[in-house]
Design a protein around this ligand. Structure first.
Ligand SMILES: NC(=O)c1ccc[n+]([C@@H]2O[C@H](COP(=O)([O-])OP(=O)(O)OC[C@H]3O[C@@H](n4cnc5c(N)ncnc54)[C@H](OP(=O)(O)O)[C@@H]3O)[C@@H](O)[C@H]2O)c1
Length: 253
């Protein structure tokens, strides 16, 4: 099956590295016009895009931990790309806060994690849903985590909670706005070999991670990106509301 996304405009957050970058590249290769968001690695992504030869894209910078920046970005996308048809809410942080750490530090990690992983995607969705309703069409892909179902280790309580919230949020969108042409899909990856996973791997070791898998290899971003293209193509619309596990058999539910 050939997936052709020509004519579709898709916005993706966290496109500078890891999973987001692999998804963005796959969307570009499939012919979509892609609005790529990132923050700290803006210049690096700009350079990589120039070298890539892709022509149909727009690059946007925003710190998702700052609510006012999120609103400015949402408004500018709606104004400049009223034909927007797909949104991949992928950007996220995976910050550690030990239960016996200083209470102010613990609270800071909790708040920052919620802001980036849950509040920002929720606010962006709040801006895009009226546009999708007007267009009678729109697809969301929420990149959550296995942590939402299995739970995480004790230093990542905020992370797991934020991803649980994201899944509930996406499910409600699927139920509430399906009749208006809006579809919402949730992804629950297990460990994926990216920068984010390095901190976990550094503490627990690759062997422990591999031992938890049913397969022999770590999941790579490219093991997930084709599915996102399929979801955004419209060929999976009747799976709206679903959460798809991609965790190499490490948590089968
Ligand atoms: N890797 C895993 O094992 C794994 C497992 C399950 C779920 N996930 C989820 O998959 C998604 C992508 O993870 P990844 O492993 O690809 O992460 P990553 O390699 O650490 O990349 C994170 C991306 O999010 C962006 N980002 C982080 N904080 C931001 C902020 N405050 N404002 C704006 N952008 C911000 C980064 O942009 P800049 O670098 O430009 O700032 C970067 O593009 C996340 O939602 C993560 O929770 C990952």
């Amino acid at each position: 099956m050939h997936i052709d996304l020509t004519g579709k405009t898709i916005f993706i957050t966290g496109a500078s590295r890891g999973l987001g970058k692999a998804i963005a590249w796959q969307l570009l290769e499939s012919g979509a016009f892609v609005i790529l968001h990132c923050n700290r690695h803006f210049e690096q992504l700009k350079k990589e895009l120039l070298e890539s030869g892709f022509a149909k894209y727009y690059l946007i910078k925003c710190d998702l931990s700052i609510e006012s920046e999120v609103e400015i970005m949402a408004k500018s996308i709606i104004k400049d790309f009223p034909e927007l048809g797909g949104v991949v809410l992928n950007a996220g942080v995976f910050k550690s806060h030990q239960i016996d750490s200083d209470i102010e530090e613990w609270k800071d990690v909790w708040k920052n994690t919620m802001q980036v992983n849950l509040n920002a995607p929720a606010l962006l969705s709040r801006y895009f849903i009226p546009l999708f309703k007007k267009n009678r069409n729109g697809r969301f892909v929420f990149v959550a985590s296995r942590a939402a179902f299995r739970g995480e280790t004790s230093e990542y309580l905020a992370y797991a909670a934020s991803k649980g919230g994201l899944i509930s949020f996406g499910r409600s969108i699927a139920r509430s706005f399906g009749k208006s042409g809006i579809k919402a899909f949730m992804l629950a990856p297990g460990f994926v070999d990216t920068d984010m996973a390095q901190s976990f791997s550094a503490i627990y070791g690759q062997e422990k991670i591999l031992n938890e898998l049913a397969l022999n290899e770590l999941t790579k971003p490219e093991d997930i990106s084709p599915l996102v293209c399929l979801l955004l193509s419209g060929k999976m619309d009747h799976a709206t509301g679903s959460t798809i596990d991609i965790n190499a058999g490490s948590h089968i539910r």
